[in-house]
Design a protein around this ligand. Structure first.
Ligand code: ADP
Ligand code: MG
Length: 680
């Protein structure tokens, strides 16, 4: 068995289990080892009822005080009974498990554990697990990993399979020389991988993730170093002169560009006519207007006879850009041929698009990752824009560069990365920053509230709807098997209907929907065919509906501050006063303080800095927010120290590492890096 062996070679995994794993993209041993838990459960001591802490697991020993009753409500069968100890009582519910009825009798002592929701009036457990005191105390001896689940695959199955790999004596060779490990206090790769799956305590997790985060950063920085080649500016034969028609178009727009936009555009245009390749990051807070800058640059490239490409991370966003570009094109009679290319297009449509791109019948190509697949051949691509670039890996960025001859690259990002980290992550690029927002914007008004405020919030939303505005409500993505007290997109619409007038139109959007379905919903929301959009964070990226004035974020405590900032950036994009409401049932002091930062400032950079300050390496049990697909484990905020360490190593000790690898490895260092994790 080696790391590429099919998982069916692991004892106990047959074709059937393997097909379940396949749904989670786990095919070989390596995939399984890299299938990290997304969280861990720490079982607390058995408690009395008055000692229960809401919002997490509790285990109680209590007596059933009445006869369990079985009834139906809203299509569910419910088994319910009360339990009590000397300190209080609690309600127990089992949904759709009528067969449990005979297991419980009046007067019986039971030991139960489960999550107690924040919201219930009294203490309640829904679907708690039944256990014994001994069994429960066994559970408490370690942390239980929680894996991202797919239907049919249990945590135990995953855990057992991973355990078997280690038991089979699987040993990865470490690429980092021992003295370096020692110097930086890192553990070896085998320890790290074992501990990430089977930690005894929180310290183990911190130790493991430190090492794994380091690996990911190292691979990232190393890739960047090789892909980029030497530091010197590369000469370019694509010379794109600043055309006066671009200037004219700019001056006839509905709005005047802000100073930041003007300045960025000037830098971009002068890069492109310089005779050297452009490699520039355009950074600007959400809503500062990066798209129009990109559009003007594309138009300018067109005037010099070149093709441009705009790559966005989601179909929704690519379609939005496509529509915006098309309407500018029509409105100002620019004579551009603009083509959309996404993975979800029909075969015929796609073929036509590809032909246009190849023959040069497309001047601006807008799309998703589809833009960099093998099938796409550009006639004379010389300028490319990557929007929301943190959603793409370094490799994708460079794949796009490969598609053109002497291609000028502009990547855009609203992720406010503290300057020190930015210099490391984007060390290979020149940076333009747009600091100000368009002048017509009023600063957002923010509120951090607990669930009791919901009715008030809904009333406020109705008032905004009466004024003709639109509303976003964001719920976290709910994964199968997750706590039931999270607000769920799929049921939320029904829950809130009673609070709104009959004629209020509500749409829901979530990640599991097909691309074209998502697009349709976004399109109708944009066209004001709905008043409220309930969505998971799929709308986090880039979506622009200026008429929306309120965003309410449920379970805000589940998100990182910077993600929350991106989310609230969906409103405040027009000239009306806009509002962001953060709802959190967790009103602990620490959490309220953390969310309070959002109420204090609307400045994304300030928020990123505060976020960095407030988080330590122990903040593992929370949120991951960089969203950069280069990183599975690492978070540029939480693991900032590992990022600088990896940077040091790539800059200084790379030769030493390469030597060690060449000694021990069969394959080249570059192949090795492709594993994503440096071990073999
Ligand atoms: P982001 O930088 O977050 O990508 P967008 O480019 O989507 O922001 O711009 C947000 C909105 O602001 C769009 O509706 C756009 O038309 C508008 N906009 C851009 N620049 C200006 C400006 N200088 N004045 C007024 N509105 C602007
Ligand atoms: Mg944008």
């Amino acid at each position: 068995m080696d790391i590429y062996s099919n998982i069916t070679e692991i004892k106990g995994i047959g074709e059937k289990t393997a097909s379940l794993f396949a749904k989670a993209s786990v095919f070989c041993v390596k995939d399984l080892i890299l299938y990290y838990p997304r969280n861990y459960i720490n079982y607390p001591e058995i408690t009395c009822i008055s000692g229960i802490t809401r919002g997490r697991i509790n285990c109680i020993k209590a007596r059933i005080t009445g006869t369990p009753s079985l009834y139906s409500s809203r299509g569910k069968t419910i088994l319910s009974f009360d339990v009590a100890d000397e300190t209080g009582s609690a309600k127990i519910y089992y949904f759709n498990m009528p067969y449990l009825k005979n297991q419980f009798r009046h007067g019986m002592e039971v030991c139960l554990y489960g999550t107690v929701p924040y919201e219930s009036k009294g203490i309640m457990f829904s679907n708690p697990k039944v256990t014994t005191e001994d069994e429960y105390n066994d559970l408490r001896k370690s942390l239980r990993p929680v894996y991202p689940l797919v239907k049919g695959l249990t945590e135990k199955k995953i855990s057992d399979a991973v355990m078997k790999i280690f038991k089979a004596g699987f040993n990865f060779r470490d690429f980092v020389p021992e003295d370096i490990l020692k110097k930086y206090g890192l553990c070896d790769i085998n320890t790290a991988l074992k501990l990430i799956h089977f930690p005894a305590d929180e310290k183990d997790i911190v130790k493991a993730r430190k090492r794994l985060a380091f690996n990911e950063f190292f691979v990232f920085l190393y890739n960047m170093k090789i892909l980029k080649g030497d530091k010197e500016k590369k000469k370019s034969t694509s010379i794109i002169k600043a055309d006066e028609r671009t200037e004219k178009l700019k001056n006839s727009l509905e709005f005047k560009l802000t100073n930041g936009q003007e300045h960025a555009l000037k830098e971009i245009m002068s890069d492109m006519e310089s005779g050297y390749l452009m490699n520039r990051l355009l950074q600007g807070d959400v809503g500062c207007g990066k798209t129009i800058v990109a559009f003007l640059a594309c138009y300018n490239a067109f005037l010099s006879g070149y093709q441009s490409a705009v790559m966005a991370p989601t179909v929704v966003l690519a379609t939005q850009h496509y529509n915006d570009f098309c309407s500018l094109n029509e409105k100002y009679g620019l004579g551009l041929s603009i083509v959309l290319l996404t993975g979800s297009m029909k075969a015929g449509e796609r073929r036509r698009a590809l032909a246009l791109i190849e023959e040069g019948g497309a001047d601006i190509v807008i799309g998703t990752h589809a833009l960099i697949t093998d099938k796409v051949n550009y006639k004379n691509l010389a300028f490319a824009v990557v929007d929301e670039q943190h959603r793409f890996g370094v490799k994708q960025r460079y794949a796009l560069i490969e598609k053109g001859k002497d291609l000028h690259l502009l990547v855009m990002s609203a992720t406010p990365i503290p300057r020190t980290l930015g210099l490391i992550l984007y060390g290979d690029m020149d940076i333009s920053v747009i600091k100000e927002k368009p002048a017509n914007r009023l600063p957002l008004k923010n509120a951090v509230v607990n669930g009791d405020f919901r009715p008030k919030n809904y009333k406020f939303m109705q008032e905004q709807i009466d004024k003709g505005h639109q509303i976003y409500i964001i719920c976290p993505m709910v994964l199968e098997g997750e706590q039931e007290n999270l607000k769920n997109v799929e049921t939320y619409a029904d829950e809130i209907k009673p609070y709104f007038k009959e004629n209020v139109r509500i749409l829901s959007l979530h990640g599991k929907m097909k691309d074209d379905e998502k697009e349709k919903i976004m399109e109708s929301f944009k066209n004001h065919e709905a008043d409220i959009l309930i969505s998971t964070t799929v709308i986090e990226v880039g979506v622009n509906v200026p008429n929306a004035t309120v965003i309410m974020i449920e379970n805000a405590d589940r998100f990182g501050l910077s993600s929350l900032h991106q989310l609230r950036g969906r409103v405040g994009r027009g000239d009306a006063q806009s509002y962001a409401i953060f709802v959190s049932e967790n009103d602990s002091k620490k959490n309220m303080e953390r969310l309070g930062v959002l109420a204090k400032s609307n400045d994304g950079f300030y928020i990123a800095e505060e976020d960095l300050k407030q988080r330590g390496p122990g903040d593992f049990f929370g949120y991951r927010q960089s969203g950069d697909p280069s990183f599975k484990m690492a978070d540029i905020y939480t693991d900032a120290d590992m990022l600088s360490l990896a940077k040091d190593l790539v800059d200084r000790d790379i030769i030493k590492i390469q030597d060690k690898l060449n000694d021990t490895m069969k394959c080249s260092f570059e192949d090795y890096l492709d594993f994503g994790i440096l071990c073999l």
